[in-house]
Ligand binder design. Structure first.
Ligand code: PEP
Ligand code: MN
Length: 334
């Protein structure tokens, strides 16, 4: 069960409360986030939660039977809104776009994408600086230099950046430049990285592991939350199946299922989800209809020249068409 503590609970009061809960035969874990104080009590189902609810220091108590607790919708029905500042919010009931290249490549490329986004009313740019590549010989990103280029060129235009982090040791250097830390599919269960991202005060976009279940994704999110960071976005980016006609199988089912199971915003990544440019629009639109809170999509002025993932990257014309359709589909279904 999840026990929400009253605001400003004192250490002595907390100690007492934990002792009283433990006396019911429950194992108590304290969770102090940047926003709230919770106790997670695991154990017997026999305990009458009203008795816990009446203890001094308890604001509310909820029974959550899921393997994950804090990210469950069973105790928090209201959707979590991610506030990136300057009026950029995700999860408000609107549909957010995070568009940009797979990799940040040069000043010229960042500028061309940034200008395109501004002209099309998109406030969040994506772009990898530390790239996980299957081949060690492939382009692995510009590193911090790429993030500095983004900060110099795109930030003054009002754009926010989401970019992938691969190792906890990168947090400090990346922190000043990043608005949303992206955890890629390969690190979806890198628990030491998730623990460290739980200690920072910036949002985390957590991708589903390429062979991860929905429940595993939610438990990974629980790692981040329980270390203190409640600002988490979940991302369906396709899973590996026996099907070979496309790069990954975008699991559309995951969208309504996640929306039911968690209060966290759900983002679709049709680019990696299907991996072939001509199908990206269909999958993105399917994500809108399925109830996602936003989409992260790879775009580039000249996808054929992109340093990574060009085959699944939309050019500007294709992106404009997609934005137009996605916005009108969203209006129709919302
Ligand atoms: C990416 O966003 O470019 C990326 C590498 O994503 P994923 O982790 O989903 O493969
Ligand atoms: Mn990519």
């Amino acid at each position: 069960m999840i026990i929400q503590c009253v605001d400003g609970i004192q250490p002595k009061e907390l100690e007492n409360l934990c002792r009283q809960i433990a006396a019911f035969g429950l194992k108590v874990t304290e969770v102090k986030t940047q926003i709230n104080f919770y106790l997670i009590a695991l154990g017997s189902y026999e305990v009458d939660i009203r008795r816990i609810g009446s203890l001094f220091g308890v604001r509310d108590v909820h029974r959550v039977s899921d393997a994950y607790k804090l990210v469950s919708r069973k105790w928090k029905v209201a959707p979590t809104v991610i506030d990136l500042g300057d009026g950029v919010n995700i999860g408000t009931g609107d549909f957010s776009f995070m568009l940009g290249p797979c990799s940040l490549e040069s000043e010229k490329q960042i500028e061309s994408v940034a200008k395109f986004l501004v002209a099309n009313g998109v406030r969040i740019m994506r772009g990898g600086a530390f790239k996980p590549r299957t081949s060690p010989y492939a382009f692995r990103g510009l590193g911090i230099e790429g993030l500095q280029m983004f900060a110099d060129i795109a930030r003054p235009m009002g754009l926010k950046l989401t970019t992938e982090i691969m190792d906890a040791a990168q947090i400090e250097a990346m922190y000043p430049y990043v608005d949303v830390f992206q955890v890629g599919t390969r690190n979806s269960q890198n628990f030491t990285l998730l623990d460290e991202l739980g200690k920072i005060d910036k949002p985390v976009l957590l991708k589903r592991g390429m062979s991860g279940t929905i429940e595993e994704l939610l438990q990974s999110a629980e790692y981040i939350f329980m270390k203190g960071n409640e600002q988490i976005l979940l991302c369906e980016r396709g899973i590996r199946t026996f099907e070979k006609s496309y790069r990954n199988t975008f699991d559309i089912n995951a969208i309504p299922v996640l929306k039911e199971k968690t209060h966290l915003p759900v983002i679709v990544d049709p680019s990696h989800g299907v991996g072939i440019r001509r199908y990206v629009e269909s999958i993105a639109l399917a994500g809108v209809v399925a109830g996602a809170d936003g989409a992260i999509i790879e775009i580039h002025e000249t996808p054929e020249k992109a340093a990574s993932d060009g085959d699944q990257t939309l050019n500007f014309d294709e992106t404009e068409k997609l934005l137009k359709k996605a916005r009108s589909v969203f209006q129709a279904v919302k």
